[in-house]
Design a protein around this ligand. Sequence first.
Ligand code: UDX
Length: 436
Amino acid sequence: MRLSVIGCGYLGAVHAAAMASIGHDVIGIDVDPHKIALLASGKAPFFEPGLPELISSGLAAGTLAFTDDIAQARGADVHFIAVGTPQQAGSNAADLTAVRAAFAAIIPHLRSGDIVVGKSTVPVGTAESLAADVEATGATLTWNPEFLREGFAVHDTIDPDRIVIGVQDGDENAPAADILRSVYHPSVAKGTAVIVTDFATAELVKVAANAFLATKISFINAMAEIAEATGADVLQLADAIGHDERIGRRFLGAGVGFGGGCLPKDIRAFTARAEELGRGESVAFLREVDAINLRRRDRAVSLVADALGDAITGARVTMLGAAFKPHSDDIRDSPALDIAVRLQDLGAIVTVTDPEALANAERTHPTLNYVADRDEALRGAEAVVLVTEWDEYRRELSPDHAAALVERRLVVDGRNALDAPAWRAAGWEYYGMGRR
Ligand code: UDX
């Protein structure tokens, strides 16, 4: 099939390359000519394992192309809208400027019978508000949320857990849903669950899933706070409750909490939308989820500050990690950089290292010091703070090796990712999050 993907950010670039890899003819479109030039030369504009290979093979096979000219979407059978919905400045609500602009741009190029597929994460009610303008062209609107995780985006796009398709009136037999089933033919053939529903449910599935994940993380971080007040150990607690299949161990990683381009802004946008709908109380707990999450950053800062005491002024602190999570160069709402800046504000001389995210971090947080080489970053440190659990720090850094580099053996493990007994045995003063 011929597909267009409008918006070549994280979601769109991966979607375009993945759809080409499963046999479609894909044109990726973006208003940013710089991004398009990178993609057209076979490069991904961000770090995502497996993506550059997929882009290069699509370009070489002639099944994938990129342009900044929206008119080139004309002729595609299915048009995916994959633009961003960031948090509005000065508000919790989602900024729909890019979504509205993308629809306005594609509508003049639609032909009768085309399918338009919204993939962006939007406040519930958005699809309904866009449907009439799409239908007026003879095309059909569907909403098909995306659940990809950064770092596993290629896998999650080609082989998703489930496919959710929102159609007008929720008609399970809608022809547009069948067309999307053919787009996703390998997953459908494999028996992946396809849920055809109405627009509102499709939009809500996405935000509900992210709200649930955020709640799960904040739940265990709340338990970490209680553990800290009682001498209990949150890691053992998580293991123990995680054995209950109804709860499950995944996403019970206590630490400095969630960041990134999705969970924080999505729970805020959900709260804002629920309030608009007069149902603020239904998701009032999400404010608490957000507050617990931010408190864990405070906790990491105070662990370092308390351990260093007055000596924090001028103390050399090394942050292991800048990205909001490993396997990503994304620093949006990263707990790592937030904590780094606050330690700097307290007078520390903060050095940040990260295997992939330094260039992005330097751009947004120019006052911090950046050192690409891990060992160079550790040299002379008076405190080490692990904030992103890359294998380079979690598995490959031995406490003895690190001890030989630093000035003082003080480590705050913001992700509970290090082998605490081994670090203590190597003479380190070790602090975890919610740990004895
Ligand atoms: C998330 C959702 O998982 C994905 O389905 C959705 O499409 C987009 O948002 P992503 O932001 O890529 O994906 O990362 P995810 O792996 O969910 O991690 C989010 C944050 O939570 C990271 O900062 C991570 O470090 C943190 N986290 C995760 C924890 O603090 N503890 C955990 O146990 C798990």
